[in-house]
Design a protein around this ligand. Structure first.
Ligand code: SF4
Length: 269
């Protein structure tokens, strides 16, 4: 079996802030940093038709079996993009040999954005419903579970408080992925919020992934500033991933925290 390619596809760029999790949106941060412009205007990108572009020999530039992360500098269900989405569905239909994954904070728009032949969902599309606090979880997840979707994940990020997702965790959820916020102004993420989600998932045998600590991480009453380059590796070192990747990842009671790569803030929390 060959390793799949991981491709990022942003058919449009820019987004409108919609809920608390958007406050320090990384798209806005990156745009301000590199071009000094706001991300609030959504525009079609030059990569719009990337999934169906072909080489001279007629084969697709994006190889079969690629996992295509879609719309990570916007929201696939943004209303500003309503005129462009149908063409994206056509490309997704054409590339049944690839797997498309998008995350959204606008799951309440999905029913109005689906293509006519969606049926019970396309086999090659995974939709991640993002929830950052209990209020948004209780609003978005009942909608998420009521819709016809073949592959569902819950993205608990940027995690802003402890969540109880247990009413929404059943065999329809293929993964819960949790993480803290990145960036200079990142709001704190507490280790016990992560372990609470981990417990809720493992009790129900649902895969759990701790994907990043965020920049402002609190464990055992101490606050740590985690550099961007270590946020994923620090999360991995927690050993909390469950049924991710190659089979079951053993759970470890002790969090193997790499203090060499974290800067402790000057106050205890
Ligand atoms: S929905 Fe996502 S991309 Fe859009 S503003 Fe919020 S965080 Fe940014």
């Amino acid at each position: 079996m060959t390793t799949p390619n991981y491709i990022s596809w942003n058919p449009w760029h820019g987004c409108t802030k919609i809920s608390a999790g958007c406050k320090y949106c990384y798209v806005y941060r990156q745009d301000m940093r590199y071009s000094g412009v706001s991300s609030s205007q959504c525009r079609k990108t030059k990569a719009f038709d990337a999934p169906v572009r072909r080489k001279r020999d007629g084969s697709y530039k994006i190889p079969p079996r690629s996992i295509i992360f879609t719309c990570f500098t916007s929201d696939f269900l943004l209303s500003d993009a309503d005129g462009w989405r149908e063409d994206c569905w056509k490309m997704i239909r054409e590339r049944k040999d690839c797997y498309f994954s998008f995350f959204t904070k606008r799951i309440d728009r999905l029913a109005d954005c689906l293509p006519p032949d969606w049926g019970e969902g396309y086999d090659n599309v995974l939709i991640g419903c993002t929830v950052e606090n209990q209020d948004r979880a209780d609003y978005r997840l009942p909608i998420f579970l009521s819709l016809p979707i073949k592959h569902r994940s819950i993205i608990a990020a940027p995690l802003l408080e402890q969540l109880d997702l247990s009413p929404y965790l059943d065999e329809r959820i293929e993964e819960v992925s949790a993480g803290g916020e990145s960036g200079n102004n990142a709001r704190p993420c507490r280790y016990e919020w992560i372990t609470a989600l981990h417990s809720q998932c493992t009790e129900r045998n649902i895969p759990f992934h701790f994907h990043q600590t965020g920049a402002n991480f609190i464990k055992d009453g101490r606050a740590y500033r985690i550099p961007r380059k270590h946020q994923h590796s620090q999360a991995r070192r927690a050993g909390l991933d469950f049924r991710i990747g190659k089979g079951l990842v053993p759970e470890t009671a002790d969090y193997d925290f790499d203090e060499d790569n974290a800067v402790q803030l000057e106050f205890d929390v």
